[in-house]
Every structure is written in C-alpha cells, then in structure tokens.
Write a protein that binds this ligand. Structure first.
Ligand SMILES: Cc1ncc(COP(=O)(O)O)c(C=O)c1O
Ligand SMILES: N[C@@H](CCOP(=O)(O)O)C(=O)O
Length: 474
C-alpha cells in the first residue's frame, strides 16, 4: 500500500515511511492511495473473534510488505496484552438501543492507548531495522501525551517531547505525563492552549532544516498509523451487534477528528454504518461547520472535557480530501484560507457529501453534567465527561430518530477517574483510580515550562535530542 498527501505535493510513501514521517512534506496528511475492501463474510466472521485477530486482518492490507506478518502479529499481541480487559474494547449497554464502547482499559485509561501501544512498537521495529533514531514531538490536550509517554518511555531509538497547555489538563493527566522518570521523555508545559501546541508541532515539521536535523516524527493523529489502529474497534463493535447484516450508528466525542475519521475509514473498507455522529463540547466548530458549511476558528473555551477543547481539527482535512473526490487542489486552497483568514467555506457538493455520512451535535456544560448524573442513576454506570458529551448527543439523535431506528454505539473515550473533580461535581461521586494506578498522584513530577515560541522550543529539543544530523527523510 502506498500513501498520498491530502495536499498532493509530497512524495508518495510506503507504510513504514509514512509512519515515520508523520506529517507530509507539503503540510498535508497521508491517506492510503486506495481503500482496502473487507467482504461482508469477513466482517461477519469478526463477531466473537479475539481483538488481535481482527486487528491483524484490518492492518495487513495497510502495512503490506513493509513489516513481516509474524512480526506484525507479535506487536499486536504485545500491544493489546497491556490492556486490563480481555476483550480490549468491550461494549456496555446503557439503553434499549444504546451502547458505550469502552476504549479506556489501556495503560493510561484513555482511547489513545489503543493506537499508541501499537505505533510505538511499529516505529521501534522500523527504526531498529534501519538502524535509525527519531525525535518524536507531540501536542496534547491531555490524553495523547500520557499515552505516548507510556508507550515510548525507555525507548532506545526515540526521544519524545510532549507539549501540553499549562493549567488546561486534569491533575491525573498531568501526572501521567510528568512522572514517568524516563530519560528519553520530556514533558513541556506551554503557555497557551492545545491549538497553540498543535500549531507549534506543525511549524516544526514545516521547518525542513530542523526536521531533518533531529529526524522529526510525530504521534498525533496526523500520523496515519494512529488512524489505522483506531479503525479496528469500529469493526469489532459493529460485528458484535450483527454487522454487516445490521447497520449501526456511532457517536464519537470529537476534538481533532481522528477517532471519527477512523470510523469513516471503516466505512470506506466496507462496514455498513447508518451515521457517524460528531459530538462536541462548547468548542463546537465541527457541529457549526456541518450546519452552515463555514469552518471558522473561534476562541478556545475551557470545559470539563478538556481533551476536546480544540478549534483546529487536524483530521478534518482528511475528510475534505475524501468528500471532494480527493481534490488536493481544493484542500490546498481551503487550508491556505484557514491559515490566512482563520476560516473557509466548504463547496456545496462537499458539504452535501459530508452530510450523507455525518451528523453532529454539541453538549454544553450543564447537559454534560446532567448526563453523567442521569446515567449513573439509571444504569449505575459512571461516565467520564468526554463520553458524557457523546452520550448526550447520541441520546438526542436516538430521540429524533436521526439514527433511523438503528442501534447506537457511543465511543467511551476515557475512564471517569481521569477527571475526578468534574465527575464529583456532576454526580457526587469521586471515582478512584484503578489499583494499578495507585500512587500516581504522589509521584515526583518532572517537566519544563516554555513560552509558545517556536525558536525556544526547537532550541530546547535540539539540546536534548540524541538523534544524529542526517537530513530530511524525504
Ligand atoms: C478523552 C477524549 N475524548 C475524545 C477526544 C477526541 O478525539 P479526536 O481528537 O480523535 O477527535 C480526545 C482527544 O482528542 C480525548 O482525549
Ligand atoms: N485530545 C487529544 C488532542 C490531540 O489529539 P490527537 O488524537 O491528534 O493526538 C489529546 O488528548 O491530547
């Protein structure tokens, strides 16, 4: 399988190169040149199979010959062996037609572990084969950072730098990033919000000299490997509820649009999905875009679901590419409008194509809190605030029958114990961290604090990276 950039002006790469590259050289995002197809019989056969078997079937066509089959399987087994639940991503029923897909049984209690545990192993494998090292830089609104640190800590071939917005992550999220003690891990509190951190990471990729010098790579969902890994649970969940004979709808708490784009990829591979519902908090740029066709950056609002406090959703670019019939010229024009004037208008036909597959809704703070309390009372089930945003929007869809009478799966993206204060305010219960995480809040923190300044952050990374100067990967 080859990978092309959404902006059409970067080299076409194989899987291993696209994985190490992260962001394409033209600023675009890599997508597979074509979508592999899984037959209805294959999808039906996923029901009841171990998660690792489904993962292997989904990954194989994307990875191609770049990684031998036995090595890939070993990495899958190891990655999902770190999960505390044998099913990896179990479904829990919370209404007659409503299920939560629990994606938070990994090492840092958020769905990011599903992809990060795999891509750390894939990257390490490729770097080892090539005798190379990499400097990995990531931006986080709270969960990506912790998951990346848990997955890459102690890596022999990687130095990891995680930029997080000062004071805008939960105390548990911060401790997960600042207490690893690993020498190859650097957590950096940046003065700004997540969008500033994400813009800094993209600027580092655009700085070809710096990127080459440190052998820059990325693990945000701009990296195709992240999306690939997240496709699997759409298949396992839908098959367990009767797909492909029965269509399923999914509601996805959304920020950077990576998780829901993985659902779109599953559809492109043959999974029948009734609707993909975008659920946002007060940072509702995506819900507004679907309603009006105008994508317009606004101020970032701090909410009780901080990991979704995002205005610039990187993966929306991948959707524009797909919904426009892969028009890289259009993607370039819209993205240049975004950087020059902070917004763009989607062409009518592109918006119409998106609306065929996607629906959207937002949950304000009051609705999110009420949802946590109500689901606890009705189901004795405690939601984290991000999942609660999804559950609220999903219930609105079910009530309006926008899901067309089909079963709805809401993605449970984090464990409530990552956000104990918000959950306690909403439901009166302070969820405890699972025993494996005991002592986290007492561990000594190590992190640095920097301004949102590209030069300062690049200097910081240069001084700490162990990669040799070796020129750009492309
Ligand atoms: C707990 C949680 N839920 C939802 C999201 C949104 O996911 P995505 O950015 O893939 O849309 C994130 C991070 O972005 C998250 O950490
Ligand atoms: N919510 C994320 C933001 C970064 O998203 P990513 O999926 O692109 O890595 C976080 O928790 O950091």
């Amino acid at each position: 399988m080859k990978y092309v950039s959404t902006r059409g002006e970067a080299p076409v790469l194989g899987f291993a190169d696209a994985l190490l590259k992260g962001l394409a050289a033209d600023g675009g995002l890599y997508v597979p040149q074509s979508w592999p197809q899984l037959s209805p019989e294959t999808i039906e056969g996923f029901a009841g199979r171990p998660y690792a078997d489904v993962a292997e079937a989904v990954f194989r066509p994307f990875v191609g010959d770049d990684i031998p089959a036995d090595a890939l399987r070993a990495m899958i087994d190891e990655a999902y062996g770190t999960f505390a639940h044998p099913a990896v991503a179990p479904l829990v029923q919370i209404g007659p037609k409503h299920f939560v897909l629990e994606l938070f049984h990994g090492p840092t209690l958020a769905f990011k572990d599903v992809a990060m545990q795999l891509i750390a192993r894939l990257m390490d494998h490729v770097l080892e084969e090539r005798g190379e090292r990499a400097t990995i830089v990531g931006a986080t609104s709270g969960d990506t950072g912790g998951a990346a640190i848990a997955a890459f800590a102690g890596g022999e071939r990687t130095d990891l730098f995680i930029l997080f917005p000062t004071g805008r992550v939960s105390p548990v999220q911060q401790r997960q990033m600042t207490t690893s003690g690993a020498g190859n891990v650097h957590a950096v509190a940046v003065d700004g919000h997540f969008d500033d951190c994400q813009a800094l990471v993209k600027s580092m990729f655009a700085d070809r000299r710096f990127a080459g010098e440190v052998r820059l790579s990325g693990v945000n969902s701009i990296n195709w490997g992240r999306i690939m890994a997240q496709i699997v649970y759409y298949f396992t969940a839908a098959a367990s509820l009767g797909a492909p004979r029965r269509k399923i709808a999914f509601t996805v708490p959304t920020g950077n649009f990576g998780d829901i784009f993985a659902g779109f990829a599953a559809m492109r591979m043959g999974l029948p999905v009734e609707k993909l519902v975008i659920a946002t908090n007060a940072n509702d740029i995506l819900a507004r875009t679907l309603a009006t066709g105008r994508y317009e950056k606004g101020d970032v609002h701090a909410t009780m679901s901080p990991s979704m406090d995002i205005q610039v959703s990187s993966n929306f670019e991948r959707l524009i590419f797909e919904a426009s019939g892969r028009d890289a010229g259009l993607v370039r024009r819209l993205m240049s409008g975004l950087s020059q004037s902070g917004g763009f208008d989607l062409p009518h036909e592109v918006l119409a194509a998106m609306r065929e597959t996607f629906d959207a809704g937002a949950s304000d703070e009051a609705a999110t809190a009420t949802t946590i309390a109500r689901v606890l009372k009705a189901n004795a089930y405690l939601l984290d605030p991000h999942t609660a945003v999804g559950v609220h929007v999903a219930e609105e869809m079910l009530a309006s029958d926008a899901a067309n009478g089909t079963a709805m799966i809401t993605l449970g993206t984090a464990h409530p114990a990552k956000f104990p204060e918000a959950v306690k305010r909403a439901a009166g219960i302070e969820p405890a961290l699972p025993p494996a995480h005991a002592g986290l809040m007492e561990r000594a923190e190590r992190f640095d604090h920097l301004p949102a300044d590209l030069g300062a952050i690049e200097d910081y990374i240069r001084a700490r990276t162990r990669a040799e100067t070796a020129g750009d990967r492309t």
